[in-house]
Design a protein around this ligand. Structure first.
Ligand code: MG
Length: 380
């Protein structure tokens, strides 16, 4: 029996994690759940999974909902302290981090320092402070397991292979909703951008897919997770979204990871690792696939991809700056304040005016994150 804490349990990955756990109650037990403020959904989850503790980050929402949870004999905690408590709860072996944006960074470090295995679905912490996090995990002797589908795929292809023999990592992109669109992207509306052809995900990451910033961030994420320079990572557009990643070795051999387009697959592997579980997902039927296509991405039309490479190559605090500016720009696009093409422009301008710290500590990363949010906001 593996005891788990889930940070961000009412989001898309959090819910999928609970769907996996529901099918394997003899393997996993949920000790703690954390949410921002969706207490109604959290309550349903608590009734079903009976955690010992829940964190409702928003203090007002926590106060209002506390009596309901008390009747279930579940302790309610709140704020940064509460989040840290859920991330470090004694008896928990693995913490699943599925919070949106940069908010997950502190609790993930807390979990690692408390010697918990961390499974990370939200890429932002790995983008902002991936190197520091991997160093901290190495020191604590715990594993950092990726849930992001391409990185889960790379991890599985790389397992037990000497990094010295790896020539190139390839991650795929479905190309997003605008791969085949003719004409300018200037008038794209949030509703159009939110309509992703292959993956059902939260709004922030769906917009990131439409701009291809998601792939740019994933290049940084892969570089940090697998300690590989960004120049050795390639992105290919693969509309079928069946091959999630490939590894090319020095002898020319390629290993690929194939699977159905369903987040439960990488989530389940991060839970069952090093084992595998019989799943209840639709099976991949290769005979139903007419073809698998791979194309070079259009880097001019989707400049966010190259911004990811640039930030990774510059290193230091730059990935954190890119990530923070992007969160601000995406929010502004979703609320109708800026157009689709203003997103990359805002990011580039913010990056240009940043004063880099080459070897940051965690405090420098938080400072760069705050600076970039302010600067991007001013630029808007
Ligand atoms: Mg991904």
């Amino acid at each position: 029996m593996k005891h788990l804490s889930i940070l961000g349990s009412t989001g898309s990955v959090g819910e999928n994690t609970l769907r996996v756990i529901r099918i394997h109650p003899e393997r996993f037990s949920v000790k703690a759940l954390a949410v921002k403020k969706n207490t109604a959904k959290l309550y349903d989850q608590a009734v079903e999974f009976r955690p010992k503790v829940v964190c409702i980050y928003d203090a007002q929402a926590a106060q209002k909902a506390a009596p309901k949870f008390k009747r279930l004999k579940i302790r309610v905690v709140t704020g940064d302290e509460g989040l840290a408590e859920v991330a470090t709860l004694p008896g928990v072996q693995e913490v699943i981090c599925a919070m949106v944006g940069a908010a997950g960074l502190k609790p993930i470090f807390a979990a690692v320092q408390a010697k918990k295995t961390v499974a990370i679905a939200n890429k932002e912490p790995l983008v902002m402070a991936g190197k520091l996090l991997l160093d901290a995990a190495e020191k604590a002797g715990v594993a950092v397991l990726p849930i992001d589908s391409e990185h889960s795929a790379l991890w599985q292809c790389l397992e037990k292979h000497d990094p010295a023999f790896v020539k190139r990592l390839i991650i795929t992109s479905s190309g997003g909703p605008f791969r085949n669109m003719k004409g300018s992207l200037a008038r794209i509306t949030p509703a159009q951008a939110l309509n992703h052809p292959k993956w059902k995900m939260g709004p922030k990451i769906t917009i990131d897919s439409a701009t291809m910033m998601n792939k740019g961030l994933e290049v940084i994420e892969a570089a940090n997770l697998f300690r590989v320079p960004a120049g050795k990572i390639e992105v290919l557009v693969h509309p079928e979204a069946i091959v999630h990643a490939l590894v090319e070795f020095v002898d020319g051999s390629h290993l690929a990871h194939l699977g159905v387009t369903d987040m439960r697959l990488p989530i389940q592997y991060a839970l069952s690792y090093p084992g595998r579980l019989e799943d209840h997902l639709p099976r991949l039927d290769l005979t139903q696939l007419a073809s698998l296509r791979f194309e070079k991405p259009d880097r001019e039309r989707f400049p966010c991809l190259d911004l990811g490479y640039t930030a990774s190559k510059i290193g230091g605090t730059m990935p954190a700056v890119l990530n923070a500016a992007n969160e601000v720009a995406v929010e502004a696009f979703l609320s109708g304040r800026i157009g689709f093409l203003e997103i990359p422009k805002t990011l580039e301008k913010t990056m240009r005016s940043h004063r880099l710290i080459y070897k940051p500590v965690l405090a420098d990363i938080f400072a760069a994150d705050a600076w970039a949010r302010e600067t991007a906001e001013e630029l808007l």
